[in-house]
Design a protein around this ligand. Structure first.
Ligand code: C2E
Ligand code: CA
Ligand code: CA
Ligand code: CA
Length: 277
C-alpha cells in the first residue's frame, strides 16, 4: 500500500508539473494570440420561454491554437488572468461580439448580446472599453448585457458595484452568472445593480430529480421576480427541464436542447429557431 501510495504521489507530482509547464507555454503563446488573430467567438442562443423567440446570444470565447487546435475557455481563461492578459482579451471579445450583433440586429431587432466579464475586468477601464465597443459597432447600449459572477463583484465589492452602476447608467444591462453557486447570494443581492439572474446549470440539470432541486430553482425565480429581475435557466438539455423551468415561470432558457454554441456563420439560421414543444 505504501509503495502504490508513493507511486500515486509521484504520478500526481508529474502531472502537476506537466500541467504547470503546459500553462507556462500557453501563457507565452497567449501573448501573441491577439495580434495573430487566433481568438474566435461562438454564440449560443437564449430563448424566451413564453414566445420561443431567440432574444439574445451569449458570446463564448475560443482559442484556435496553432499547435493544440481549438481550445475552450476552461483551458486558458485562468492562464490569461494570471498573465495579466484578460483585460485586453476581454476588450477584443466586446468589440467582436458587439460588431457581429450589430449586423444581425438588422434582421432580428432587439437582439441582445451577453458578454462574460472576468473579475479582473471590473475596473474603470471597462467603462471606456464598453463605450468604445458600442460606438465602434453602433450597437445600442440596451442590447449589451454583461455577465458577471457574484464572487467577481464581491472580490472588491465597493469598486465592483461602482463599475456596475456606471455601466448601467450607460444603458447596459447586468446579469449575474452562475447564480446560486456563490456563498453570498442573498446577503448582497439587494446591493447589486443588476437586471437578470442566470440560474446555474447544476440546479437546472437535476430538475427532473427530487423536489428539493425544484425548490431551489423555484426560490431563485421567485427571488428574481420579487426584485424585478429576469430569470434565465442555463444548461437546459432536455424537454423535461425546459417545460419544468417554463412552468416555474422562468423567463428565458439556454442550453444544448436548443443549440450548442456555434460560429458566427451559423447564427443567421439560429435566429429563425423555433421552440420545441
Ligand atoms: P458560463 O458563462 O457559465 O458559460 C456557459 C458554459 O456552459 C459554456 O461553456 C457553454 O458552452 C456551456 N453550456 C451551455 N449550454 C449547456 C448545456 O446545455 N449543457 C452543458 N453541459 N453545458 C452547456 P464554455 O463555452 O466552455 O465556457 C466556459 C466558461 O468560460 C463560461 O462559463 C465563462 O465563465 C467562461 N468564458 C467564456 N467566454 C468568456 C469570455 O469571453 N470572457 C471570460 N472572462 N470568460 C469567458
Ligand atoms: Ca456566462
Ligand atoms: Ca453560467
Ligand atoms: Ca460557469
Amino acid at each position: 500500500a505504501k509503495k502504490s501510495g508513493r507511486n500515486r504521489c509521484a504520478a500526481f507530482t508529474h502531472s502537476l508539473h506537466e500541467q504547470t509547464s503546459r500553462n507556462l507555454r500557453l501563457a507565452s503563446d497567449l501573448h501573441r494570440a491577439l495580434e495573430r488573430n487566433e481568438f474566435r467567438v461562438q454564440y449560443q442562443p437564449l430563448l424566451s420561454l413564453a414566445s420561443g423567440e431567440v432574444t439574445a446570444l451569449e458570446a463564448l470565447i475560443r482559442w484556435q491554437h496553432p499547435a493544440e487546435g481549438l481550445l475552450f475557455p476552461d483551458e486558458f481563461i485562468t492562464v490569461a488572468e494570471d498573465a495579466g492578459l484578460i483585460v485586453s482579451i476581454g476588450a477584443w471579445v466586446l468589440i467582436e461580439a458587439c460588431t457581429q450583433t450589430a449586423r444581425w440586429t438588422q434582421h432580428c431587432l432587439e437582439l441582445s448580446i451577453n458578454v462574460n466579464v472576468s473579475a479582473y475586468q471590473l475596473t474603470d477601464e471597462l467603462i471606456g472599453q464598453v463605450t468604445t465597443a458600442l460606438s465602434e459597432s453602433g450597437l445600442p447600449a440596451k442590447q449589451l448585457v454583461l455577465e458577471v459572477t457574484e464572487s467577481a463583484v464581491m472580490s472588491n465589492a465597493r469598486a465592483g458595484i461602482s463599475v456596475l452602476k456606471r455601466l448601467r447608467d450607460l444603458g447596459v444591462r447586468i446579469s449575474v452568472d452562475d447564480f446560486g453557486t456563490g456563498y453570498s447570494s442573498l446577503a448582497y443581492l439587494h446591493d447589486l445593480p443588476v437586471d437578470e439572474l442566470k440560474i446555474d446549470r447544476a440546479f437546472v440539470q437535476c430538475l427532473a430529480g427530487t423536489e428539493a432541486d425544484a425548490a431551489i430553482v423555484t426560490s431563485i425565480i421567485e427571488l428574481a421576480h420579487t426584485m424585478g429581475l429576469r430569470a434565465v435557466a442555463e444548461g437546459v438539455e432536455t424537454l423535461a427541464q425546459a417545460s419544468a423551468v417554463r412552468s416555474l415561470g422562468c423567463d428565458s432558457g439556454q442550453g444544448f436542447l436548443w443549440s450548442r454554441p456555434v460560429g458566427p456563420e451559423s447564427v443567421p439560421a439560429l435566429l429563425k429557431l423555433r421552440p420545441h414543444a
